[in-house]
Design a protein around this ligand. Sequence first.
Ligand SMILES: Cc1cc2nc3c(=O)[nH]c(=O)nc-3n(C[C@H](O)[C@H](O)[C@H](O)COP(=O)(O)OP(=O)(O)OC[C@H]3O[C@@H](n4cnc5c(N)ncnc54)[C@H](O)[C@@H]3O)c2cc1C
Length: 512
Amino acid sequence: MYESPLVADDAGVNKRRSSQALAPARGDTLHGVVSPALLADLRRACGEDGVITGEAQRRTYESDGLLQYAVTPGVVVLPATAEEVRDVVRACHGAGVPFVARGSGTGLSGGALPVAEGVLIALSRLRRVLEVDLADQRVVVEPGVTNLDVSRAVAPTHFFPPDPSSQVVCSIGGNVAENSGGAHCFKYGFTTNYVTGLEVVLPDGEVVALGGEPDRPGYDLLGAFVGSEGTLGVATRITLRVIPVPAAVRTLLAFFEGTEAAGRVVSDIVGAGVTPSAIEMMDRLAIEATEDATQAGYRRDAGAALLVELDGPQAECDACLEKVTALCERHGAMEVRVARDEAERERVWRARKAAFAAMGRISPTYYVQDGVVPRTRLPEVLARIEELAGEYGLPVANVFHAGDGNLHPLVCFRGPEEAVRAEELAGLILEACVDAGGSITGEHGIGVDKKRHMPRLFGEPDLAAFQHLRCAFDPDGLANPGKVMPTPRLCGEVPGPYRQHPLEQQGIAERF
Ligand SMILES: Cc1cc2nc3c(=O)[nH]c(=O)nc-3n(C[C@H](O)[C@H](O)[C@H](O)COP(=O)(O)OP(=O)(O)OC[C@H]3O[C@@H](n4cnc5c(N)ncnc54)[C@H](O)[C@@H]3O)c2cc1C
């Protein structure tokens, strides 16, 4: 049984902002448990050029998109086929060494954060589109294929709706593991609504098929895997549903004095029975940053921009566009623009999709938070965020999937002292989301960053049930240990009222 990160939490994690954090080990020597025998097995599996041991190269993989956390992996492997992934996992299991799957490393919750004494399995070489079957509206891909390349593979007649803003680089394996969303998920649903089958290498190296068509009886193990953040195994082959491209698309951009009026429009659009494919919002600071970066023509004097996209049959689109325009005007929109052609639509979206990266114009460092609230509570939670930003003296920009109530406050900070306060502020934002009946993640997952917030949302019995499921897949705790679950608990422990783990009693592990 591999124990340390599951129970010792952030051991080996260098939180860049914290002076007290344990620094990751540096130096060319590999960590103790990556033994010469295991290294030989990994080289047999992936070939000499598929195993990275040099310190500088290993450090390339020390963080995902959440740069506040860094751990240098013991060794990195680059398998090129599903069989190589299987052999790597088998070798890890045989040696009792933990492993972490990594897609493109764009995750924003530290999900792909390596284990210092473990193996990082980078899946970027598995990027083949294996089958395109438009008659059955399905496509089969390897996990390293990017989100956008799935849509490209079925264009121009079909597309894959979940569209994270990172879609040019993020992998479909990462999307499955995070149950990723995107701007068009309001109408079309999240990744889980499109995954119909998976080939998975379980943590002991066994290869299994989950799901498949037609829908199979029995427990929904496919559903359990989607969103499991790499803790139940490694997906090596992914079958996805794709859908026909809609006949028409209309894109509207409205500007308001502030987010409150824009928030009311969002509720009214949905209340009027209109289902846009996307409803996105940006506040003043986000507009300023994206305009600096993209010059897409957003109004700098506006307090909020609302981007609404409608798709479907032409007549339906036109009718809905009229309704949405009227609602914007009724709530005092400063201006309503409708994209005249594809170039204009593309320009409007370019600004929205570049919003995270554009924040660099405002602050060199920022913390991306991800919470979700019932849509009708958006104005009150946005007001609370503004209040908190004032209290902490830190700028917070908001750019988010308003239709889903999925907030992405970007908390700006400079230097280590502000970093600590930024994290505190980001935590209070999550509390505000939970208090408003929402949740601690809309789409970025729990990873390492949010696990301490899990008890805000779940009681001990729920957490014990999660742990039972995890242990059914991974009794040895080797797959992405130290992620998602907040409390130090090992497989085989009796669930129920909390009892101190022996490692806690020894002061090695800590409970959050
Ligand atoms: C600029 C920017 C914009 C973003 N916008 C969005 C957005 O709009 N919506 C959204 O949902 N997310 C968004 N994200 C977050 C991120 O892109 C998604 O979470 C994405 O799905 C991560 O994919 P990845 O390939 O980078 O995965 P990684 O970061 O490499 O890994 C993420 C998790 O998946 C696991 N994993 C990866 N591959 C596999 C596999 N084959 N089998 C099992 N587990 C695996 C890892 O262990 C880890 O836990 C954004 C990120 C950035 C940087």
